[in-house]
Ligand binder design. Structure first.
Ligand code: HEC
Ligand code: HEC
Ligand code: HEC
Length: 74
């Protein structure tokens, strides 16, 4: 399932590769973020992700939860 999702996304995005967040960040603490019920729509309540990263909204849905990120990102 994990790999099927990734392959589908990569096919959809052409040559785009999913970014490995841990290249630059601490590994996301999934427990903390699940408890906070974090979704893409709420990241910026606690972070300033919008000013550092631009998300391709054909790949990213506002209601995506933090556990779904790992389908494509480390
Ligand atoms: C090439 C390096 C790089 C990669 C890869 C990267 N980021 Fe970032 N990110 C940054 C920089 C630089 C900032 C702005 C400075 C800062 O706040 O640390 C930032 C800021 C953020 C912030 C806001 C931090 C805050 O507390 O305001 C979030 C959230 C974030 N990134 C999430 C991600 C996620 C999720 C991924 C993986 C999909 C990712 N980043 C991949 C470099 C990167
Ligand atoms: C309820 C507040 C809250 C929400 C909402 C939230 N976070 Fe966080 N996040 C935190 C806290 C607290 C930490 C741990 C402290 C830190 O490293 O800044 C953290 C840490 C992180 C880190 C590691 C920080 C680093 O620079 O290494 C990333 C990446 C991150 N969050 C991404 C996200 C993303 C993506 C979303 C939206 C899907 C999100 N967060 C939503 C509170 C939140
Ligand atoms: C279906 C696969 C998929 C899922 C699920 C997914 N992403 Fe991504 N994401 C990608 C791909 C592919 C890219 C890079 C290509 C692009 O942005 O066009 C990307 C890019 C990003 C970037 C931009 C990094 C940069 O270089 O600035 C951030 C931040 C990010 N994603 C965060 C998230 C977060 C947070 C979640 C979970 C809420 C998530 N993604 C879920 C596929 C995915």
């Amino acid at each position: 399932m994990k790999y099927l999702t990734m392959i589908a996304a990569l096919a959809f995005a052409g040559s785009a590769m999913a970014v490995d967040c841990t290249d630059c960040h601490e590994k996301i603490d999934v427990a903390v973020h699940t408890e906070a019920e974090a979704t893409l729509a709420t990241c910026n309540d606690c972070h300033d992700m919008g000013s550092a990263h631009e998300l391709d909204m054909e790949l990213h849905m506002p209601d995506m939860s933090i556990t779904e990120c790992a389908d494509c990102h480390e």
